[in-house]
Design a protein around this ligand. Structure first.
Ligand code: KG4
Length: 333
């Protein structure tokens, strides 16, 4: 079975061709250079760029896979969550392609793509597992019991972890997307320089809150400026990153223990973070949990994970009607 995956939920236009779970092509155009001067994604600009990119990206994915559109058995496209204007470009394009070429369409929840992205790699976990999905738009913990069953255990009450990275980068004068910039500076910094707050919420809570740590960084920067003191960017980045990593790791491990699950998987753009992976590995080893992280290219948004999740959703429940619309908030769990 050949699946064409199409992803346009935020600022990356992506298409991939999979033969069941084998990747034949995986193409992506990034809009980072457009949004960087604004310090974040401008939705209207993102939609316009998706419109320009979508057809060439799909054609390139088919060409790189060495297949024609007529060879494709299923089109899998992201239906939500994300920016409505961006989603509408990819999803409407996919509906039209499905209609004119008579290929079944499946709408995929972007979060399901991240939860299953681990299966794009060589070492695959077995179900059940705890999945921490951390990106620019979400920070959520799921219990995954099969390719199609995901239970939401906790989520952020305010900023997503990636959003906090992006906002802190902006206030430190670093470029967008902020995560890789902050992580790069943190490599040469002291994580004990400032003890930024960790929001644990109530004792057993699996929810997150990252707006406090972001404000604490802002307060620190303002105080240093008032005192005319040097702004130690590398140390601030390392201290901020450590605060985020601590909370993400400990809450995910708590979720595994509360549910008696022996496997932890991470996904989403922030899961590309090297320090997060290092601390997860160490803590999971100590707690005798198996730990899986996707290759960094499959952590960030991509269409291969959408094709894979679409393949499993289609096997489970068949194609979707062309009347179905996109949605901005995740419908998982
Ligand atoms: O999943 P993703 O590619 O897309 C959306 O959220 O739409 O995630 C992007 C987010 C951004 O906030 C970016 O700053 C963050 O992931 N990110 C990172 C790293 N790489 C990307 N955050 C921390 N460390 C990284 N290495």
């Amino acid at each position: 079975m050949l699946i064409l995956g199409i992803e346009s939920s935020c600022d990356d236009t992506a298409a991939a061709v999979l033969k069941e779970n084998v990747i034949l092509s995986n193409v992506l155009t990034s809009q980072d250079s457009i949004h960087t001067k604004f310090g974040g994604v401008v939705p209207e600009l993102a939609s316009r760029k998706h419109l320009q990119a979508i057809h060439p990206v799909v054609e390139t994915a088919l060409e790189k896979a060495g297949v024609q559109l007529s060879d494709i058995n299923l089109i899998a496209a992201t239906r939500g969550p994300g920016l409505i204007g961006s989603l509408l470009v990819g999803y409407s394009y996919s509906k039209a392609l499905s209609y004119v070429s008579n290929i079944p369409l499946i709408g995929v929840d972007h979060m399901a793509g991240h939860i299953l992205s681990i299966f794009l790699g060589r070492t695959k976990p077995s179900f059940p597992y705890i999945a921490l999905i951390v990106s620019g738009g979400t920070s959520s913990i799921y219990l995954a019991t099969s390719y199609n069953d995901f239970q939401l255990l906790g989520r952020t009450r305010d900023d997503a972890a990636g959003e906090a990275f992006d906002k802190v980068a902006k206030l430190l004068g670093l470029s967008y997307p902020g995560g890789p910039q902050v992580a790069g500076n943190a490599e040469n910094g002291d994580p004990r320089y400032v003890k930024f707050p960790r929001a644990w919420l109530s004792e057993d809570s699996l929810d997150f809150s990252f707006s406090g740590v972001k404000t604490a960084v802002l307060n620190h920067v303002n105080q240093q400026r008032l005192k005319n003191s040097e702004l130690r960017i590398n140390d601030i980045c390392a201290s901020f990153q450590e605060a985020i990593v601590d909370v993400l790791v400990e809450k995910t491990i708590t979720a595994a223990k509360q549910n008696n699950i022996g496997t932890v998987v991470i996904g989403g753009g922030v899961s590309a973070n090297a320090r997060l992976r290092e601390v997860f590995k160490k803590r999971c080893d100590a707690e005798e949990l198996s730990f899986y992280a996707p290759k960094p290219i499959y952590s960030t948004d991509n269409a291969a994970m959408i094709a894979l999740a679409g393949f499993h959703a289609f096997n489970h429940s068949g194609p979707i009607s062309l009347d179905e619309d996109v949605y901005s908030r995740s419908q998982l769990g």
